[in-house]
Ligand binder design. Structure first.
Ligand SMILES: Cc1cc2nc3c(=O)[nH]c(=O)nc-3n(C[C@H](O)[C@H](O)[C@H](O)COP(=O)(O)O)c2cc1C
Ligand code: SF4
Length: 433
């Protein structure tokens, strides 16, 4: 018996579940959109989702119903829904599984959200690398169109909701909501300065909501099972379940759906099978590569938005990466910075130039050429990037550096003092060199 009842992963975990329209309908699918169209005004759906306390699963954890309520009500103004299926955060792979193995759950959620905000058109923006996901979604959209769930007369209600698939070209920044919007418009994916926010001036300068795949996947369940059921899961401020993508040095990496608020230790030890080869945990990233590192001291932190933030990191995208004692933390920061430097879109000088300098300095420390003043230089650079850029990528790229400097400073100092990586060969062996 599983300890918790899966909600979003329930179908996927059912043996033999094919993920096509017939299978989804047999499992109770598309009942929620029928109910919504028949029984609720759009305002009532927004109110229900507000009362459910659902918070976005894409990174920032903003309350979904509140975000929807910023959309102007004027029916003559076209509005858009963009589904963020870009999932580029390193260590995060939950949306991919939801898309590839149960696409209709997400499509039903998309229809509910589009109805609630009065959008006749929704775009699913899927990252370029998700070739299988794009194929599966294209087929699922065709099935849903043929059965009248998508089109000019959704379920015979007289309502029009079109859903189109848009493939990205594989840039991390296109997961940022305004860069995603620019990309759908056919432009280079650069974030826009905010305000104005997409709710007022989004896709094609029209009111737009951008929602994550997992966020939308919750909607059919909230409609079918009600607000009370939903708020009975998780914590008061972070209700519901969350899919955590667990990777790194654990025995059973994978996606695990649990109620928000379980301790980090339980996720790692009971669900992911503990650390491989009986090793000890050294560091944990609790919410994707943009989140500050935790240490074993944080194993009792509860996995909900508030508790993780209070402990100095963020729940972010739900990607939990475990590193054991064989990991060199300077190497880990260097490696992550290589990613951030490569993916900086280049729009702001602090991020474009700063990520390169951070990468260079981390590299020379890791390779035994660090200088005594390098640690202060790293901190100085981070202080000139965070909070000084157009988008939150700037804050993201400094998190691994500042948190490893905070928790593993003696390891940086040993690299500089000994003029080599103290873990050297072991690290290279793990990296496959
Ligand atoms: C650099 C950057 C990358 C992001 N990448 C993603 C992503 O891959 N997927 C995602 O859903 N949200 C991503 N986000 C968050 C989105 O901008 C946006 O907040 C989210 O899609 C909103 O959906 P939600 O309210 O359902 O969470 C990213 C944000 C930033 C700053
Ligand atoms: S912070 Fe970086 S990724 Fe974001 S807009 Fe500026 S340069 Fe681009």
């Amino acid at each position: 018996m599983p300890k918790y009842e899966p909600v979003l992963l329930k179908n996927i975990l059912t043996p033999g579940y094919a993920g096509d329209l017939a299978a989804y309908e047999r499992a109770g699918g598309y009942q929620a959109i029928r109910k919504v169209l028949k029984e609720y005004q759009p305002e009532q759906v927004i109110d229900l989702v507000k009362r459910s306390g659902l918070r976005g699963r894409g990174g920032a954890g903003f309350p979904t119903g509140t975000k929807w309520s910023f959309i102007p009500k004027d029916p003559s103004v076209p509005k858009y829904l963009c589904v963020n299926a870009d999932e580029s955060e390193p260590g995060t792979f939950k949306d991919r599984e939801l898309i590839e193995r149960d696409p209709h759950q997400m499509i039903e959620g998309t229809l509910i959200a589009a109805y609630a905000i009065g959008a006749k058109v929704a775009y699913i923006y899927i990252r370029g690398e998700f070739t299988l996901g794009a194929k599966v979604l294209a087929r699922a959209l065709d099935e849903a169109r043929a059965k009248g769930y998508i089109g000019t007369n959704v379920c015979g209600s007289g309502r029009e909701i079109q859903v189109w698939l848009h493939r990205g070209a594989g840039a991390y920044i296109c997961g940022e909501e305004t860069a995603l919007i620019e990309s759908i418009e056919g432009k280079r994916g650069l974030p826009r300065a905010k305000p104005p926010f997409p709710a007022i001036n989004g896709l094609y300068q029209r009111p737009t909501v951008v929602n994550n795949v997992e966020t939308l996947g919750n909607l059919p369940h909230i409609i079918n099972r009600g607000v009370e059921w939903y708020t009975s899961l998780g914590t008061a401020k972070s209700p519901g379940t969350r899919i955590f993508s667990v990777s790194g040095h654990v025995n059973r990496p994978g996606n695990y759906e649990v109620p928000l608020g379980i301790p980090l230790r339980e996720l790692i030890e009971e669900h992911a099978g503990g650390v491989r080869n009986g090793h000890r945990i050294k560091a944990i990233i609790p919410g994707g590569a943009s989140a500050a590192f935790f240490t074993p001291e944080h194993l009792d932190v509860k996995l909900d938005f508030e508790s993780v933030a209070q402990a100095g990191s963020m729940l972010g995208s739900g990607g939990v990466t475990i590193m054991d004692e064989t990991t060199c933390m300077v190497w880990a920061a260097y490696n992550l910075m290589g990613f951030f430097h490569h993916e900086s879109c280049g729009k702001c000088t602090p991020c474009r130039e700063g990520s390169g300098w951070l990468h260079t300095i981390l590299g020379r420390i890791e390779h035994g050429e660090g200088r005594a003043e390098d640690l202060a230089q790293l901190e100085h650079l981070c202080g000139n990037i965070a909070g000084k850029t157009v988008c939150a990528f700037g804050d993201a790229e400094v998190a691994p550096v500042l948190s490893t400097l905070k928790h593993f400073r003696e390891e940086y100092e040993a690299h500089i003092r000994e003029k080599r990586c103290p873990m050297g060969e072991r690290v290279l062996a793990h990296a496959g060199h």
